[in-house]
Design a binder for this molecule. Structure first.
Ligand code: UFG
Length: 339
């Protein structure tokens, strides 16, 4: 019988891609979302890609009774937890909102999951590493104090998971630390749907290219990097989604070596903002209107992953080129524009 995976926040950008990959890998998936930061577009896209409708539960993980009902209604073997707020700037302006939502939802989930003996995969972020001189970062690289309440919720949730699996031997946990997820599904039926002005680079690029935004600002060209712009490890969203399938399989097949495991999910390849912009223009044959602007507060100069552990233990490796990924991001933006 197929194992059933609960994907909290399964209608969002990462959750929708993970749902597709899980179902295609033979898992049953229950999608749960409160649609606070997304509409039904991506869920409908998921259904179109799959040709079936994974059960969708509209609920809020801050509501413990709702989480209990969910676990009573479905026989869940593992959980992947995405349901959280994710805007760095907003978290600085509204810390209570962020701490309450991101921590309470995770605590509720863990409380019920541990009663049911259900393993938990947590969506963490490379943001936990902060600014570091030693690159690439491995899972052993020290975490730096968080620079935003959002980043702090990622660190705290990692710690909650670590402490919980230690205290409750019936459950195990994995934290995946994502680098910069970009791109869209090759079908162009699901992708990123930022609300309002995008904070992240690639949606800002595609919206500028389509004419929704006038000009892309490249934040800072005086960083100590080869071309002066920041470097990141941009990971294709489908590659990222596949890492979840590998991690869930490891959990459910009893292959975990520790009760709590952490994996970097990145390519191991640094790309500067300027390189990314140039690659986007070249692969899609479009001219982008861009200018240099002052540094954005809070940005780290450079960060990229050492993904060796995930390569070896999860049997996972990033496969798509940045050109393929940027082409998929552009195809998605054009799909949204009805082209
Ligand atoms: N950038 C621009 N112009 C823009 C947007 C971004 O030049 O309009 C630059 C940024 O300065 C940065 C790079 O593009 O150098 C990437 O920026 P993103 O906002 O796309 O991604 P970040 O690396 O800032 O964000 C990542 C994760 C977040 C996490 C954050 C913590 O995507 O989830 O790191 O710092 F919270």
């Amino acid at each position: 019988m197929a194992k059933q995976v609960l994907v909290s926040g399964g209608a969002g950008f990462i959750g929708s891609h993970v749902t597709v990959e899980l179902v295609q890998a033979g898992f049953d998936v229950v999608v749960a979302d409160n649609f606070s930061n997304c509409d039904k577009t991506c869920y409908e896209g998921v259904c179109k890609i799959l040709g079936c409708r994974p059960p969708l539960v509209e609920m809020d993980f801050c509501d413990l009774a709702a989480v209990e009902r969910l676990f009573a209604d479905y026989q869940i073997d593992a959980v992947i937890h995405f349901a959280a707020y994710k805007a760095v700037g907003e978290s600085v302006a509204e810390p209570i909102l962020y701490y309450k939502n991101n921590l309470l939802s995770f605590l509720n989930l863990l409380e019920v999951a541990r009663r049911k003996g259900c393993n938990v995969l947590f969506s963490s972020s490379a943001t936990v590493y902060g600014e570091t001189d030693v690159l690439p970062v491995t899972e052993q690289s020290p975490r730096q104090p968080a620079t935003s309440p959002y980043g702090n919720t990622k660190q705290i949730c990692e710690d909650i998971l670590r402490d919980s699996v230690k205290a409750y031997p019936g459950i195990k946990g994995i934290a995946l630390r994502y680098f910069n997820p970009i791109g869209a599904h090759p079908s162009a039926l699901i992708g990123e749907l930022p609300r309002g002005v995008p904070n992240n680079l690639v949606p800002f690029i595609t919206q500028t290219a389509i004419g929704k935004r006038e000009c892309l600002s490249i934040f800072g060209n005086d960083y100590p990097t080869p071309d002066g712009t920041c470097q990141r490890d941009y990971i294709d969203i489908v590659d990222l989604a596949r890492a979840h399938v590998c991690a869930v399989a490891r959990m459910l097949d009893g292959k975990m070596e520790e009760p709590y495991e952490i994996y970097n999910v990145g390519t191991g390849r640094p790309i500067s903002v300027l390189e990314l912009v140039n690659a986007f223009e070249k692969v899609n044959g479009v001219k982008l209107n861009w200018k240099y602007a002052p540094r954005r507060p809070g940005d780290v100069t450079a960060i990229w992953a050492d993904p060796t552990l995930a390569n070896e233990k999860l049997g996972w490796k990033a496969t798509r080129t940045v050109e393929e990924t940027l082409a998929s991001a552009w195809a998605w933006e054009k799909h949204l524009a009805g082209e």
